[in-house]
Every structure is written in structure tokens, then in C-alpha cells.
Design a binder for this molecule. Structure first.
Ligand code: KIV
Ligand code: ZN
Length: 519
């Protein structure tokens, strides 16, 4: 079987999903899990985009030992320099240079002629090659580009030193047989293509990202660019788990293999969902909650007789154990450690001690602790860097006769502030008070609450969606008290918005929090 390289871009293209933002501690943790998963390359970010991106790429570069660490940049010298200074400490650094090649982008966005694009590709790839031994070049919007021009661009990039050339279906426009033809065309019409690895990068606007990726690999591409859970710009990218499991389950037909450590697929999916706050839809292929659930009587009967009747892969292959460990107040530290590992976290002994203490506190209030509870605990207790806003104290009065009133004490970068306010209900009162205290300009565009289990002692899980000047931040909070869960989710959203402002707004133009409203 021929080997396909898996290039994970969860931390770059995946983080471009609306609302997905990870802080440095979360990204470092994810990078560690990516190594366990066995990806060949980790695209860590776009260093010149912001100060925050630069620092996370440089820290990931220092941590990762086996996979290539990739930093992306446009065809500009100062961006290439910035990407290189962020990634050069990696054991295997790679520079990823891109420019669009379609006439739509050349005419409307770049306002450049085709010849000027080729000049820019040659100059930038040659410069990148003088810094790094490993350079990848991507032709943005390749699937809507003139094929002969695309081949000329790739030929020039390879001559200038690119060892990988990537064909993105940037806007998710291609259909599988067309994408197969495109990759075949590039292979047969780019004279020096044998000197480079051909890569594919597909978006999911028509739900065809995985199908197009597989079509590209069948046509001879040997690197697939993917994200965990398929998160990414707009409708997302081809999902790592779908591509890897398609190659595995249909190896009989495709004859291709990856180096992915498949039992780490499910833990990685859970981890990405926890860290980004983007939940996995229940019917998602491979990692969705229903992916191995059998509802109809006929199916259940078949499964009990032989799993191959209605199952094309075993849950254990992706690390989803049939005998899931249930935790409760009598569970010990060892059981917690096993569960935490099942969910994709590799904690130090000190972190585990801290988590065990918090777990016992929760278990005292609850009969049964679910996986989701552990994920929330880990996210809240272990991977949060000190937030701008921290909830110290919340007291709410409400009922049939009282005017709903909230008293809130917040810590803002270590300093304490207290205020009180009203609302039409207790949650409204808490949110109004917090909003007033932090002087936020974010608007609350979604609020949802659900209970993890059926009982009245269940944890309330709250998700909020905040928007501010085109940025979206998701916040999550869980607590047996739903008002506290709501306040935690709101504050989490406000913190993530601060993080987004610092990370997604170009350097020098950051708008950060201007200080609490003094009382
Ligand atoms: O979708 C795309 O075209 C990209 C490239 C920059 C690789 O993400
Ligand atoms: Zn992309």
C-alpha cells in the first residue's frame, strides 16, 4: 500500500471557524495530542496575522518533536520572515506559502496579472527555500483556476524549491470526478511534478470535502490537508477522521495507508470539541454520538448476531470503548486517570491531583459523572490560561414576588470589583450586571441551556454566542446551578472574545478591553 501524509490544519484553517478560538495553553495541549495521533504535519497558524498567532506557533514549534510544524504566509518577504522566526525552532519546520491563481481572485482581489503572480511565486518560494529546507506552496482557489496556468505556477514553484505543491478547493466548488480530473491533469501537465509531493485541501461548502479529498488521492495526490471534526472556514474542511477511516475501511479498493494511530481518533475529536466549544453533530460520520448507535429492532437483532451486518468498522478501532468507564462518588484517582486518557488528555501528576479534588467536589453533588462533566472540568481547571474576567461570587434573588436581582463579584486581572443589577429574570439580572461591570460591546446572539441527564441534580450546560464587530465567540459553562452555569458561560464567552480580538485583529489594530466600569 502507498503511504498518504496527513497534514492537520485544525489550529490554522480549523481555528478560522466562526467562534472557534483556542488559547496558547489549549493549542499546546492539542499539539501534544496531535503527536499521539501520529499526524505527519501540524499547521500551527499564520504568524504574521497577530501577536497571539506568532507566539502560539513559536511555542508549538518548540514543543513538537516528530511531526513537521508548519507556519503559513502570503508571498510577502516580511510575512515569510515572520513565519520563519516563529517556526524555525521546530525539529522539522516547514514554511507554507500561498497565493491565489484563479482569474476571479487575480482580477477582483489581487489585481495582478498572471505573469506577476508567477514572479511573486518564484521570488517568495526561492526566498523561503533559502531559510527552510521544507517549503510547501499552495495555489489558492486552484479548482477554479485555468488548468494550464495552474500547471505553470506549480512548475515555477517546484523549480524555485517547493517540495510540496497543494491544490486547494478553497470555496468547496468541485465535484469528485472533476477534482479527480484536475489532480490527474496537474500530474500529467506539470513537467517537474515528480520532484514534489502533490497535496489536496478541500472545503465542505457542498458537503463534498471528504469525497473530493479521496478523489484527489486516487488521482495521485499523497498529502491530504484535513481538520479534526471537519471544522474550518465557513462549512469547514475535509475531516481527518473521515479521510483516515475511508482509506482504512476501503483499503481493499484504494490501496492507500496513513500513519495515523487510529485509537487516538475519538479522544482527539473529543478534545477538539472541548477546546473549541464547537460540538460534534450527533450524526457526524465516524465520531458522532450516533455513529455506532443502532435503533431499529431489525438492526439491533443483526448487530447482536454479528456486528458486520450493520457496522463497517468497530468503535474500538477509533478508540471508542464499548465498556465505557462510568464514574461516581466512589471512583478513585486511577479510574479518573483512565477516563481522562480516554477523552484525549495526558495530564501531569500535579494536574491530575488538582482535577481529582475538583472531581470529588462535583461527585459529592451528583450521583453520576458523565464524560461531558469531565471534559468541562478539564477545560475549566487545567487548560484555561488566567482569564481577563473571573467570577468570584454570584448571588441572585428571584421568585414570584421579588424583582430579580444579581450581586456579582468579578476578578479582573487580579483586582476585585462588585456590582448589583436587575433583570426580567435571574439570568437576565446576572448578565446585565456582568455586562455593566465589564463595559462590554459584545451582543448576546444565542443562549441555550440543556441538562446533561434527566434528573433534577443534572449539570446545567449553557452555551452562549457573542458577537462584536464581525467576531463571534462561543462561551460554555456547566454547573448544577443553572444561573451559575449561565454566568460562567457568559464570562467564558467574554474571555474568548478578548482572546479573539487579540489574535484575529492585525497587529497594531487590536481593540482590547478598556477597563472595568468603576463603581
Ligand atoms: O482554502 C485554502 O485555499 C487555504 C489555503 C491558504 C491553503 O486554506
Ligand atoms: Zn482552506
Amino acid at each position: 500500500m502507498e503511504r498518504v501524509f496527513i497534514f492537520d490544519t485544525t489550529m490554522r484553517d480549523g481555528e478560522q471557524s466562526p467562534g472557534a478560538s483556542m488559547n496558547i495553553a489549549e493549542k499546546l495541549h492539542l499539539a501534544g495530542q496531535m503527536e499521539k495521533l501520529g499526524v505527519d504535519a501540524i499547521e500551527a497558524g499564520f504568524p504574521s496575522a497577530s501577536e497571539g498567532s506568532f507566539h502560539s506557533v513559536s511555542q508549538i514549534a518548540q514543543k513538537v518533536r516528530n511531526a513537521h510544524v508548519v507556519a503559513i504566509s502570503r508571498v510577502r518577504k516580511e510575512e515569510i520572515d515572520c513565519a520563519w522566526s516563529a517556526v524555525k525552532a521546530a525539529a522539522r519546520p516547514r514554511l507554507h506559502i500561498f497565493i491565489a491563481t484563479s482569474d476571479i481572485h487575480l482580477d477582483h482581489k489581487l489585481k495582478m496579472s498572471r505573469d506577476k503572480v508567477i514572479d511573486a511565486v518564484v521570488t517568495s518560494v526561492r526566498y523561503a527555500t533559502s531559510l527552510s529546507g521544507h517549503v510547501e506552496f499552495s495555489a489558492e482557489d486552484a479548482s477554479r483556476s485555468d488548468r494550464d496556468f495552474l500547471c505553470r505556477v506549480f512548475e515555477a514553484a517546484i523549480d524555485a524549491g517547493a517540495e510540496i505543491v497543494n491544490i486547494p478547493d478553497t470555496v468547496g466548488y468541485a465535484v469528485p470526478d472533476e477534482f479527480f480530473e484536475l489532480v490527474s491533469y496537474v500530474r500529467s501537465h506539470t513537467p517537474n511534478i515528480h520532484r514534489a509531493v502533490l497535496s489536496v485541501h478541500c472545503h465542505d461548502d457542498l458537503g463534498l470535502a471528504t469525497a473530493n479529498t479521496i478523489a484527489g488521492l486516487r488521482a495521485g495526490a499523497r498529502q491530504a490537508e484535513v481538520t479534526v471534526n471537519g471544522i474550518g472556514e465557513r462549512a469547514g474542511n475535509a475531516s481527518l477522521e473521515e479521510v483516515v477511516m475511508s482509506l482504512h475501511v476501503r483499503a481493499d479498493r484504494l490501496n492507500l495507508a496513513t500513519g495515523i494511530n487510529k485509537p487516538e481518533i475519538y479522544p482527539t475529536s473529543r478534545l477538539v470539541a472541548t477546546l473549541t466549544g464547537i460540538v460534534v453533530q450527533p450524526n457526524k460520520a465516524v465520531v458522532g454520538a450516533n455513529a455506532f448507535a443502532h435503533q431499529s429492532g431489525i438492526h439491533q437483532d443483526g448487530i447482536l448476531k454479528n456486528t458486520t451486518t450493520y457496522q463497517i468498522m468497530e468503535p474500538e478501532t477509533i478508540g471508542l470503548s464499548r465498556n465505557r468507564l462510568l464514574l461516581g462518588k466512589h471512583s478513585g484517582r486511577h479510574a479518573l486517570k483512565k477516563k481522562v486518557e480516554e477523552l484525549g488528555h495526558n495530564l501531569s501528576e500535579a494536574e491530575l491531583d488538582h482535577l481529582f479534588k475538583k472531581f470529588k467536589e462535583l461527585a459529592d453533588k451528583r450521583r453520576e459523572i458523565l464524560d461531558e462533566d469531565i471534559e468541562v472540568l478539564v477545560a475549566e481547571e487545567i487548560f484555561r490560561v488566567p482569564d481577563v474576567f473571573q467570577l468570584d461570587y454570584l448571588n441572585v434573588v428571584s421568585g414570584t414576588v421579588a424583582v430579580p436581582t444579581a450581586t456579582v463579584k468579578l476578578k479582573v486581572r487580579g483586582r476585585e470589583f462588585q456590582n448589583a443589577g436587575f433583570g426580567v429574570g435571574p439570568i437576565d439580572a446576572a448578565f446585565n450586571t456582568i455586562a455593566k461591570m465589564v463595559g462590554t460591546r459584545s451582543s448576546l446572539v444565542r443562549f441555550s441551556i440543556q441538562s446533561a441527564t434527566g434528573g433534577t441534580d443534572a449539570q446545567g450546560e449553557v452555551t452562549v454566542r457573542l458577537q462584536e464587530e464581525g467576531l463571534t465567540a462561543l462561551g460554555k459553562g456547566a454547573d448544577p446551578d443553572i444561573i451559575t452555569a449561565s454566568a460562567k458561560a457568559y464570562i467564558d464567552g467574554l474571555n474568548r472574545m478578548e482572546h479573539l480580538k487579540k489574535n484575529l485583529i492585525p497587529r497594531g489594530k487590536e481593540r482590547t478591553w478598556s477597563g472595568p466600569v468603576e463603581i
